[in-house]
Design a protein around this ligand. Structure first.
Ligand code: MN
Length: 184
């Protein structure tokens, strides 16, 4: 289930967008991942994280289906889980880590927006934690997930057009600005 009501993000993200995005787009990734795993009992024992971390060991042609649909499920879970709040400055260890990595919360927002705007076509911008505990901002195309590159995703913004087109049409920048006020 969506972790908040379908009207919780209005007016920044409409009820209609959430119904299509969560009930149709995410559901398709769930269905297609399950289909890809149907005849793979050994892969069914792995967690979603483990599947994405060991993509290079999964034989083709399963690898592409799991990369796209496993990523599609993981990335959307995180995207929806990160919203439903009112944005604003983080506190505690996260705030300190962001200050260390980016200088300030405002500087992080600039870097995150740059990544979200700089992703050509469909994909995501991410706040990730590396193995050493340091934070960085990265972008990925399609449904690729930073977890495959050994990074731990903390926050992501979906910049596929299905995430914003009904509300913002081609104005991705306005959607990104609005998203900062919805994260928790
Ligand atoms: Mn999406």
């Amino acid at each position: 289930p969506l972790p908040f009501s379908y009207t919780a993000l209005s007016p920044e993200i409409s009820e209609t967008t959430l119904h299509f995005h969560h009930d149709k787009h995410l559901q398709a990734y769930v269905d297609n991942l399950n289909k890809a795993l149907t005849d793979c009992p050994e892969l069914q024992r792995l967690s979603l994280e483990e599947l994405l971390q060991t993509l290079d060991q999964i034989p083709e042609p399963k690898r592409t289906a799991i990369r796209n649909n496993g990523g599609g499920v993981y990335n959307h879970y995180l995207y929806f889980d990160c919203m439903g709040g009112k944005g604003g400055h983080p506190c505690g260890p996260l705030a300190q880590a962001m200050d260390r990595a980016f200088g300030s919360y405002e500087e992080w927002k600039l870097r995150m927006k740059e990544a979200a705007m700089g992703q050509f076509g469909s994909g995501y911008a991410w706040l990730v934690c590396g193995n050493g505990g340091g934070l960085s901002v990265v972008k990925t195309p399609n449904q690729d997930c930073p977890i495959t590159q050994g990074q731990w995703p903390l926050l992501c913004i979906d910049v596929w057009e299905h995430a914003y087109y009904l509300d913002y049409q081609n104005r991705r920048a306005d959607y990104v600005d609005a998203w900062f006020d919805l994260i928790k």
